[in-house]
Design a protein around this ligand. Structure first.
Ligand code: ADP
Ligand code: ASP
Ligand code: MG
Length: 816
């Protein structure tokens, strides 16, 4: 025989109750046996009853609540009972509602709600639903009867959270069952009774426990908990979208997960099941094909280091410390017996190894009371300064990782703390259960969502890791990046296990946010629809406040403005990927600050595209340096624009026309002088020099000019082109002279002995840069290791496609 328990949502509407009936029919036909059915109140009803009672005690009326309660039950009766069966059910329900009304009227009159009365009020939820469902079921199973478990489950009088007296309860249940062998029992969950016949409750979520109590008393073969999710998942699916269902758990694992907040099963449920070795299966009423999560003794070995992550999102901690505690073995005993006596539930305890302090967590509602009783009990110690004043911290949360494998798997705590650290989650206190089946940390409640997702990503590596990117700039590079990300999303997920969500976009006009990721098929429309005007500080603040895990700030602008925010962004443990050179080529102090901040906060600062677009130049240099090599000389052509210009400056064409062509092809800045002046090239040389270990400033890079003074002096782009035309002869001469000697013109940067310079040179066939074509970049590193033949990187060093691809590569390397 099995015990099937249906939770609030499974009995929450006519439709789900019909599904429940189908599940029962299926159970009876496939097993040939009648299950015992345990029922919760309809979803939301327990909360509604609770608030009606509390409001009545505050003098507020409960008419609306009562009407809602009636409507919800009556609707189901009318939907699922044959006309001729409706009246008896409606009458019995109405009787219940009348009693409830009288009870609430009493609370209202007395302005007092005792725990005893509260339990009585709450009991109507289960009593109504179980009675109603037994009537509906009787249409298909004539032997169905309603069973009020408050007459069968015997408890003490701790109203709200009563303790079951199992011996007598088992006897009573067995007696009742034996007397009703031919019936199919529809039992109220959650409620019980004390020895005076008063109604008690088993704690919120307690219907699961009712099922286990019946199962244990009757030696059932299995307990099925029917709920609204696919079993026990690796984390609460409402908080962690990537949570997945677990096929099986041990009782201890299920206990620890549920103790720390996995509400899908009520922790005490495991005790009777464990004692009698009865398997529990958690199943989904709304997806009956799902086979369920099994909680049982003989679990197959799992290769997961942990089984799940759970959390309690609202706790306070009290910190008791002082010299009077050191070596006093009786102290903590006294403290915790006091709290137990006062019925203050201590959720978690940590004690420093010096015994100088004890930190423990309680529900916010218990905080003040705990403080009062401790201050009273330890009055003398406090006066004698053997105890310091007791600290209280609020708005905290507990996150716990759970699994029996933790014991054998080294590095679990390292992984936990590094994923929290990387995401800037500050850990207030740590506790490891003595069983070593859980590690729990106390963190700020506002970090909980981020922490859960980050820790989930860290432990369930076979899952895709999600990067949350915030992108500044929707020009050529930004646009192209979005296209590339969109086109490669499926591949990335499949092959690299990475999912990129663009959680924010801003250009100079507008900004848009979506923590689930902006749809890259219509990001332009999303930006258009948004009511947020662009505001850089607002963009950064919003990104920080969204507090998403694995967060990356992407700067695809060429503007100096975002740079001012880099330090702050890194400090909030958000990585940066940038193609904007202005940051790294500003004052040396600033260059250094970004690196220090990234290192200090454990995040990445990637800028491969600062030099040579997508070519692996920065990365190569970094690898050389990190592996102990030393740069002797760097020689480079790093302006794709200037390369293009000189590579095409041959034959009859004039310099003016080549520059124009480069501009038309999109190779130049809006003012081509920004390229030809060598400023952009200078920035790249400066960044390389710095990455090679030299603390140069911009004006340390000597730039030999390409342009005659008149071109530089022109006040507009049009004037510049006019001036350039006037200098055609000058450039034609340069070209002729080079050609005469079998040489070509090249604008080359050199770093040697810590000095950097860029000059227009004529190079012959013997020079490796002679054959450069198109807009290619080339760089040769002569190092201690690459002394004889330099290490050369060559390829397209400009253009939106390759630059965006470089940004893309940096992005997916974040956190790698
Ligand atoms: P019922 O009314 O059926 O007893 P509950 O609301 O008590 O259902 O419990 C089910 C809910 O538990 C799910 O809807 C889910 O949001 C929540 N939950 C929290 N943690 C987990 C977890 N680790 N796995 C599955 N569900 C979880
Ligand atoms: N109805 C009760 C509650 O909401 C018990 C349960 O559903 O398990 O807490
Ligand atoms: Mg529940």
């Amino acid at each position: 025989m099995k015990v099937l328990k249906f939770g609030g949502t499974s009995v929450g509407s006519g439709q789900s109750i019909s599904t429940l009936i189908d599940i029962l029919k299926n159970e009876v036909t496939t097993t040939g046996k009648k299950p015992i059915v345990v029922l919760s109140a309809m979803s939301g009803v327990t909360n509604l009853l609770l608030s009606m009672a509390e409001e009545a005690a505050d003098g507020k009326d409960f008419v609306a609540g009562l009407a809602e309660l009636e409507r919800r039950h009556f609707d189901v009766v009318k939907e699922l009972l044959e006309i001729q069966n409706q009246n008896p059910a409606l009458t019995r329900l109405k009787l219940n509602f009348n009693q409830l009304e009288e009870l609430l009227q009493g609370v209202l009159t007395l302005r007092e709600l005792t725990p005893k009365t509260r339990d009585l009020v709450l009991s109507y939820g289960e009593r109504c639903s179980a009675m109603m469902i037994s009537k509906i079921a009787a249409q298909y199973f004539p032997e169905a009867i309603y069973v009020d478990a408050s007459e069968l489950i015997k408890t003490d009088s701790s109203f709200g959270n009563a303790r079951v007296q199992s011996e007598i309860t088992d006897q009573v249940i067995r007696g009742f069952y034996n007397g009703h062998k031919d019936n199919m029992l529809f039992v109220t969950g959650f409620i019980a009774g004390n020895d005076q016949g008063q109604i008690t409750t088993l704690g919120r979520g307690g219907s699961d426990y009712t099922a286990a109590i019946f199962a244990a008393a009757l030696n059932a073969a299995e307990i099925e908990i029917w709920t609204d999710v696919n079993g026990m998942m690796t984390a609460d699916p409402r908080m962690v979208k990537k949570a997945f269902s677990l096929p099986e758990l041990t009782y201890t694992e299920a206990m620890e997960l549920s103790y720390f907040g996995a509400k899908v099963i009520y922790p005490p449920t495991m005790i009777p099941a464990f004692m009698k070795r009865i398997p529990i299966v958690i199943r989904n009423t709304f997806e009956p094909e799902f086979k369920g999560t099994f909680i049982r003794h003989d679990c197959k070995p799992s290769n997961l280091a942990i089984k799940g992550i759970s959390s309690i999102n609202n706790i306070s901690i009290l910190n008791v410390q002082g010299s009077g505690m050191v070596g006093k073995s009786g102290f903590s005993g006294r403290l915790f017996s006091l709290l137990a006596r006062e019925q203050i539930n201590v959720i978690l305890i940590t004690q420093s190894s010096s015994e100088h302090s004890i930190t423990f967590a309680v529900s916010p509602g218990d905080t003040e009371r705990a403080l009062k009783v401790i201050e009273h009990e330890f009055e003398l110690e406090l006066m004698a300064k053997k105890l310091e004043n007791i600290d209280i911290e609020q708005d905290l949360a507990i996150l716990a990782v759970v699994g029996e494998n933790m014991k054998e798997t080294p590095g679990v705590s390292g992984k936990l703390f590094s994923s929290l650290g990387r995401n800037g989650v500050n850990v207030r206190a740590i506790a490891q259960g003595s069983s070593e089946y859980n590690i729990s940390v106390i963190i700020s409640a506002s970090d909980l969502n981020k922490a859960l997702n980050a820790v989930h990503d860290a432990f369930f590596v076979e899952l895709t890791k999600t990067l949350h990117a915030f992108c500044l700039g929707t020009g050529n590079i930004g646009k192209t990046l979005f296209n590339q990300l969109n086109a490669h999303a499926a591949f990335l997920k499949e092959n690299n296990g990475i999912q990129v969500k663009i959680a924010g976009i801003s250009n100079t006009r507008k900004m848009a946010f979506n923590s689930d990721g902006i749809d890259l098929n219509e990001w332009e429309e999303a930006l258009e629809r948004s009511h947020d005007a662009a505001d850089l500080a607002g963009f950064v603040a919003k990104m920080q406040s969204m507090n998403l895990p694995n967060c990356v700030f992407i700067d695809n602008t060429a503007s100096p403005k975002p740079i001012a925010f880099y330090g702050d962004v890194l400090k909030s443990t958000i990585s940066i990927v940038t193609c904007n050179k202005i940051g790294n080529s500003g004052p040396y102090n600033q260059y250094k600050l970004f690196r220090d901040a990234a290192r200090q906060h454990g995040v990445d600062f990637f800028y491969e595209t600062n030099v040579g677009a997508g070519l692996p130049i920065i990365r190569t240099l970094k690898d050389l340096m990190n592996s102990g090599d030393r740069v002797q000389r760097i020689e480079a052509i790093l302006s794709g624009t200037i390369s293009f210009i000189f590579n095409n400056f041959k034959g009859d064409v004039s310099f003016h026309d080549v520059v124009k062509l480069a501009q038309e092809k999109g190779y130049t800045e809006p003012d081509p002088r920004d390229d030809l002046r060598g400023t952009d090239f200078m920035r790249k040389m400066l960044i390389l020099a710095r990455d090679a270990g030299y603390s140069l400033e911009a004006n340390d890079v000597k730039i030999g000019s390409i342009l005659p003074q008149a071109c530089l002096d022109a006040t507009s782009v049009d004037d510049f082109y006019a001036a350039l035309k006037a200098e055609d002869a000058y450039f034609a001469n340069l070209k002729a002279e080079a050609e005469k000697n079998g040489k070509v013109l090249r604008y080359i940067g050199i770093l040697e002995n810590g000095k950097a310079a860029i000059n227009l040179e004529m190079v012959g066939e013997d020079h490796p840069f002679f054959t450069l074509s198109g807009s290619d970049n080339i760089i040769s590193f002569t190092t201690d290791r690459y002394r004889e033949r330099p290490l050369v990187v060559k390829g397209p060093g400009a253009g939106a496609e390759v630059t965006a691809a470089g940004v893309f590569a940096d992005l997916i390397n974040v956190g790698a």
